[in-house]
Design a protein around this ligand. Structure first.
Ligand SMILES: Cc1cc2nc3c(=O)[nH]c(=O)nc-3n(C[C@H](O)[C@H](O)[C@H](O)COP(=O)(O)OP(=O)(O)OC[C@H]3O[C@@H](n4cnc5c(N)ncnc54)[C@H](O)[C@@H]3O)c2cc1C
Length: 399
């Protein structure tokens, strides 16, 4: 089925797609269309706060129609294939759309099946995951209802959205349990696949201090490899020795493995031979390395940074300016510097604000201000100011 042609076609109307569409429209490109199947738009950073009992689910969601920038066409469908030679995108409905420039930003898929028993476990009485909007409130119901026993929090290996977000509900719950006087009766385990708690010097020191303060058992170089939902057993593998251990849990909050969407992996857009499946862009210009009218940003791009909304906020400006220049036949003026961010909610009123580059070196946006230190002001920024900035400025292409 033949369809329309658009000057700029964007696949994915999440954080990246909507903010970029708004910005391109503001920069004078009038024919911008976004392919997005979802009727709801999420501010995902609040999922951690919902799971920790510090935000209501309704604060993290709006209708997609309310965030779609005026003048930008919303195509309510899913992309299933891209033909870079023909400059077309095929949709699930069978329609085919042409493009002058294409921006690919469909985010990451959650691979629940990647860990045997995980899907069943997060839908069982003792399991949840704040990486699924529908389960985040359940995390808080389970965590706040626990007065004794074992709570296990897990992070998978591989690419994930906001690496540190795996830890956030854990600290929020620990502070809650401490205030309720039950923390000493709860064994708290954090299972992490990497050799350090996060990887940024200074940030790790602060997190280690909080981990000690709450008495959390930290399992580094370890990951969840199976769950027996009915028996409430988590199977944890120590990746340094290969040995496994069965842990009985009373509450499990697990983050699923994540990857590039399957349909994207099957296109020509990833680097040849790259099984990861992310869009093969120059990590600085965000332009495809082989197809000059194709671009990518956000979680689906094969950039070198830690994937986060804070990273893609910078990428949006770079990509928009570069795409406008490319349309005018000019050299690309902007370079993305690898910046990323992770606000760790280390208590119910404080945050450790990690800002770092693609080598996990500190990259503070306000020089000389130690934002990586636990602070009440960072809490206000993360919990109260960022959501407003997101809905009112970022999605409108103004921040
Ligand atoms: C629990 C959690 C906590 C987080 N905390 C933070 C934080 O504190 N700070 C921070 O900066 N970042 C945080 N993030 C990360 C941040 O939310 C993501 O990095 C950001 O949303 C990525 O934007 P994106 O547009 O690439 O993907 P998304 O926002 O996920 O959007 C992708 C969109 O593409 C659509 N789509 C998927 N497949 C198709 C298809 N085939 N065709 C068309 N459309 C498609 C989807 O429906 C979706 O709307 C967190 C994420 C999570 C899950």
């Amino acid at each position: 089925m033949a369809g329309q042609n658009h000057d700029v076609l964007i696949i994915g109307g999440g954080n990246a797609g909507v903010s970029l569409a708004a910005r391109l429209h503001r920069y004078g490109i009038k024919d911008v269309a976004v392919v997005e199947p979802g009727e709801q738009h999420f501010y995902q950073p609040l999922f951690s706060h919902i799971a920790g009992g510090r935000a209501k689910a309704a604060e993290a969601v709006r209708t997609q129609s309310s965030v779609m920038p005026p003048g930008v066409e919303w195509i309510r469908d899913s992309a299933v294939d891209v033909d870079p030679a023909a400059n077309t995108v095929t949709l699930a409905s069978g329609r085919r759309l042409g493009f002058g420039h294409l921006v690919v930003c469909p985010g990451l898929q959650l691979d629940w099946a990647g860990i045997p028993g995980l899907a069943e476990a997060v839908h069982s009485a003792a399991g949840a995951s704040h990486y699924d909007f529908g389960l985040a409130a359940k995390s808080w119901a389970l965590l706040s209802g626990l007065t004794a026993g074992t709570a296990v929090f897990t992070m998978p290996s591989g690419p994930i959205k906001c690496g540190g977000a795996s830890q956030k509900p854990m600290y929020l719950a620990c502070d809650y349990w401490r205030r309720q006087g039950v923390l000493q009766d709860i064994r708290v385990l954090m299972v992490q696949p990497y050799p350090t708690v996060f990887g940024v010097p200074g940030v790790d020191e602060e997190l280690r201090r909080k981990i000690a303060e709450y008495g959390i058992e930290l399992r580094l170089d370890s990951e969840l490899v199976a769950v027996e939902a009915a028996a409430q057993n988590a199977v944890i593998r120590d990746n340094t020795t290969g040995s496994t251990e069965q842990l009985h849990y009373d509450v499990l909050n697990a983050v699923p493995p994540q990857s590039a969407p399957d349909w994207l992996k099957a296109t020509e857009l990833p680097a040849p031979g790259d099984s990861g499946g992310f869009v093969d862009v120059d990590p600085q210009t965000l332009r495809h390395t082989r197809f000059p009218n194709i671009w990518s940003l956000g979680d689906a791009a094969a950039t070198t940074n830690s994937k986060s909304g804070g990273a893609l906020r910078k990428q949006t400006k770079v990509l928009a300016k570069n795409l406008v220049a490319a349309r005018e036949g000019k050299p690309l003026p902007e370079k993305y510097d690898g910046y990323s961010v992770c606000p760790f909610t280390v208590s119910r009123s404080t945050v450790v604000f990690a800002e770092f580059d693609d080598h996990y070196r500190p990259m503070p946006s306000v020089p000389k201000v130690p934002t990586w230190k636990e602070s009440r002001a960072s809490w206000v920024v993360d919990r109260d100011i960022f959501p407003q900035v997101y809905w009112n400025l970022i999605l409108k292409g103004r921040a």
